[in-house]
Design a binder for this molecule. Structure first.
Ligand SMILES: [Zn+2]
Length: 427
């Protein structure tokens, strides 16, 4: 009995020690890497990044940084550091495997936030479908012991059959503590009815009364112009029906609205009509269960997608979406990385890398694709303490062995990820 008590005490002591050891409470310095900081600055060679109590204390050239005594030094000479990626449009929700309604539970949300983090996606703006467990995780993350991705939440995607019902639903989300209000203005290629314009205007009005930004799911250029006229705040998908025109570009620039392309969402609609190349990529395979790949590779499933009118329509419009990203980027519009990952077969973590690669294919420089996925994304979602490697911000970043600013496909060379200065554990 006595021995059992001693064992329990020893275990307790060990647990306390482990928790203290995990939390980033001292000062750590990462020394010698080329630092890409997520701002407009050029990469800094032979830099030093110092983290104290989970936040960035100093960033600078080795010659200019003095380390406080007792600093733990991590040698990252010859490597690259970039801020944690921010997915400005994702979903942390009920998906389990290929089942979109497998379970909205705290553990399942934590599983997804761990997965994102292992891929260097250290923040996710979950735009719809969020329930109390998601809000709780958001509330718990302002903590220097964090080692999973941060989540921001929108609550429900707002719908309603009257202006009153819509205003009430906006209020319900706002009362829960939503960071955003999410709304769809789309007919799903003619398959459903769009929200009426007066209802949409009531929604924006109510969201702004509650001081919340409105993120809009859309498809058509006309709706994108309308939402800007209605003072909605963020374009959460690409315009896909038509090439953007001067009138639209002028409106986006005048309102300084952010545009989130979600190009990989389009890919996910049709890519499983055959076996995609990335099914051979070790960087994909390391996190995906073989059963999921087997199911996506079944001939029946592939032929169903090959024969799906909606899948083929989205496929046909992807080049329009891509060229719109290029046009808007060249016009100076703020582009933020977002993927709409989370629903089945939109793979959290891996698709954020693919999205950055596609943004470069659409015309962004690699460094601008990184900025769009870090500092600009943080600005676009209104989060001031993440996104760039500057003093005072959270120590959320990745260490890579190859230079992503030289070739964006080097994003796959991430070897470690830190959130609040804590190493994200492997699976
Ligand atoms: Zn979405």
């Amino acid at each position: 009995m006595r021995r059992a008590i001693i064992n329990v005490l020893a275990l307790f002591g060990f647990l306390v020690f482990s928790i203290l050891a995990v939390a980033n409470e001292g000062t750590i310095a990462f020394v010698g890497a080329t630092i890409i900081d997520g701002t407009d600055a050029e990469p800094l060679e032979d830099g030093v990044l110092v983290i104290t109590d989970g936040r960035i204390r100093t960033v600078g050239p080795r010659s200019a940084v003095t380390l406080p005594s007792g600093t733990e030094v991590i040698d990252v000479a010859g490597k690259y550091i970039m801020p944690g990626l921010i997915n400005a449009h994702g979903h942390v929700g009920a998906t389990v495997g290929l089942n979109g309604n497998g379970g909205y539970t705290r553990n399942n949300l934590l599983r997804q936030l761990g997965l994102y983090a292992r891929y260097g996606v250290t923040s996710v703006n979950s735009l719809g479908g969020d329930q109390v467990e998601g809000f709780d995780l958001r509330n718990e993350q302002f903590d220097n012991g964090l080692n999973r991705a941060r989540i921001y939440v929108a609550g429900s995607v707002v719908v309603g059959d009257s202006e009153q019902a819509i205003r009430a639903e906006v209020n319900r989300n706002a009362d829960m503590g939503a960071d955003f209000i999410k709304v769809r203005i789309d007919d799903n290629l003619g398959a459903s009815e769009k929200m009426s314009r007066p209802f949409f205007e009531a929604l924006v009005d109510q969201a702004h009364i509650r001081r919340l930004p409105v993120a809009v799911h859309l498809y058509y250029l006309n709706d994108a112009k309308f939402m800007l006229d209605a003072n909605a705040d963020i374009i959460a998908h690409s315009v896909r029906d038509l090439a953007v025109d001067r009138e639209f570009i002028d409106k986006v620039i005048a309102s300084d609205t952010c545009y989130i392309p979600t190009l990989t969402r389009e890919v996910s609609t049709f890519v499983y009509e055959s076996i995609p190349d990335f099914f051979e990529d070790p960087y994909f395979l390391k996190e995906v269960e073989p059963e999921i790949i087997a199911e996506l590779s079944s001939p029946e499933r592939m032929s169903r997608i090959a024969g799906s009118r909606s899948a083929q329509a989205y496929k046909a419009q992807l080049p329009t979406a891509m060229s719109n990203v290029g046009t808007l980027y060249n016009s100076g519009v703020r582009i933020a990385m977002g993927t709409d990952t989370g629903p089945p077969a939109r793979f959290q973590g891996y698709f954020e890398h693919m999205e950055m690669h596609m943004m470069v294919d659409a015309g962004l420089t690699p460094l601008d694709a990184i900025r769009a996925s870090t500092g600009v994304a943080a600005d676009c979602i209104g989060m001031g303490d993440i996104g760039t490697l500057e003093p005072g911000k959270w120590g959320d970043f990745s260490v890579l062995t190859e230079n992503p600013a030289e070739d964006i496909r080097n994003s796959h060379s991430m070897e470690s990820v830190y959130v609040a200065g804590n190493l994200v554990p492997g699976e």
